[in-house]
Design a protein around this ligand. Structure first.
Ligand SMILES: Cc1ncc(COP(=O)(O)O)c(C=O)c1O
Length: 443
């Protein structure tokens, strides 16, 4: 068993496919599962392990954060990160794939799949198949079908205050950001500033495109451009509703961000992932609308309709026109028709009412819990005064899936959970909240 004599550098030698932090996470996860590391053993400080392995400290903090999120490690700010076993588990850990599906899934990410507008979408697809000119069934055009590009441009101007730019149809925010990151790399950029905490899937996409991510802390006003490291000339932000903290980028920080972009001759990548859903007022307009020459705007239907459609857009300054992977033309034209007919707006109006009511019920059912995030989107943050990974584990045992905020951080921080209510059945809100409250009290 591992102890003070452990040669961590040998035990955790990163190997195999994927970026280095994933290799390290894999090695560490395996060592814990196999029982090579005892419950409660402190893993080395990130600086020390990075030196042992000859990698950057960020690689280690990423791997630790991933395993904290999975429940294999427990970390509190100011004390050592330790191996942990889920209560009641005696042997090596069961692989996550063996865990039965949760009764209540509050992982953030999904919209209400039960209410996908099947009929309206079927009608939109049928309309395309029966009325589209035969030429639409030829080779797809790079950048997307001209009709959808026009429809999206109009929609984004009307609904998100976007400025005209080159509209590209893509497979979603991830696809669009990946394309722009590749173009950034081709033009000599090597580093991308990202919000910390942030949506780590996009961090990985940027790394896959060849960029190193530079986490910049987010506070109650969003990202402070003054803290972007010198030499970095591209930044990824979620101004309308920061993921996952739920704060809105303040007016002075917006102005500072654009000033920064002009000063360094840089590019802002604006992830506008769930801005259609603001419940207490109209959503703030896009930053791209203020300076379309410095901002690339990304959005998709992943939060409004379904991620299964793989349909998104990017509005980029002309010099940043990049290759994307537009979805099948029939789907593109179905979305164009759905927006043009007013069906998409109607669907969003009803979805907004549904999410707002669900959010209110969840907040009420959680009682005196410390919650944060503006009334928007499909998730909120629940702050804890105990180990978040332990609450995640107990809630999971009780049938409720919740996510440790550390999973979205570069390094463990204040304990908190991200609660997604987008795909939570209305009938399960109170029961899920009751089980979660119990998981928070039975330490
Ligand atoms: C912060 C953030 N950005 C973007 C997306 C959507 O990404 P995509 O359009 O690639 O599905 C999500 C979905 O969960 C998200 O949480």
């Amino acid at each position: 068993m591992a102890g003070s004599q452990t040669n961590w550098g040998v035990l955790l030698e990163p190997a195999g496919p994927g970026p280095k932090h994933e290799q390290l996470a894999r090695a560490l996860r395996q060592a814990i599962r196999e029982g090579s590391l005892d419950d409660g053993v402190a893993v080395p400080p990130s600086r020390q392990l990075a030196a042992d392995l000859g990698c950057s400290r960020w690689v280690v903090t990423q791997a630790y954060a991933q395993l904290v999120a999975e429940g294999y490690l427990a970390g509190r700010t100011g004390s050592a990160t330790r191996v942990r076993r889920v209560a009641g588990e005696t042997g090596p850990k069961t692989p996550p794939t063996a865990t039965p599906p949760p009764r209540y899934d509050l992982a953030p990410g999904l919209p209400d799949l039960r209410h996908f507008p099947r009929r309206a979408w079927a009608e939109a697809v049928c309309e395309v198949l029966t009325t589209a000119p035969h030429t639409d069934f030829g080779l797809p055009q790079p950048g997307g079908h001209p009709r959808l590009r026009r429809v999206l441009g109009d929609y984004l101007r009307r609904v998100r205050g976007a400025a005209p730019g080159t509209v590209l149809v893509c497979g979603g925010v991830t696809d669009g950001v990946t394309g722009v990151c590749r173009a950034l790399v081709e033009r000599g950029h090597t580093r991308l500033a990202v919000e910390d905490p942030g949506w780590t899937r996009l961090w990985r996409a940027a790394e896959g495109a060849g960029m190193a991510v530079e986490p910049v802390p987010v506070d109650g006003e969003g990202l402070d451009a003054g803290r972007i490291p010198a030499g970095v000339r591209a930044v990824l932000v979620t101004p309308a509703h920061q993921f996952p903290t739920g704060v809105v980028l303040s007016p002075r920080r917006r102005a500072a961000l654009l000033r920064w972009a002009r000063d360094v001759d840089g590019l802002v990548l604006e992830d506008d992932y769930d801005a259609e859903f603001r419940y207490d007022r109209r959503p703030v307009g896009t930053v791209q609308g203020t300076d379309p020459g410095r901002v690339a705007l990304f959005g998709s239907v992943s939060k409004t309709l379904s991620p299964a459609l793989g349909l998104g857009w990017a509005v980029v300054p002309p010099q940043w026109t990049v290759g994307t992977r537009p979805p099948p033309v029939v789907d593109q034209l179905a979305l164009a028709g759905f927006v043009e007919s007013g069906g998409y707006d109607r669907y969003l109006r009803s979805a907004r009412l549904r999410y707002r009511a669900r959010r209110d019920r969840l907040v009420a059912a959680l009682g005196p819990a410390r919650l944060s995030g503006v009334a928007a989107g499909l998730h909120l943050v629940l702050h804890l005064d105990q180990d978040a990974a332990a609450v995640v584990g107990r809630a999971r045992t009780a049938g409720v899936k919740v996510t440790d905020l550390d999973g979205y951080r570069a390094a463990p921080g204040e304990p908190a959970l991200v609660l997604g209510y987008g795909n939570l059945a209305d009938t399960g809100v109170e029961a899920a909240a009751a089980l979660l409250r119990e998981a928070m009290t039975t330490a």
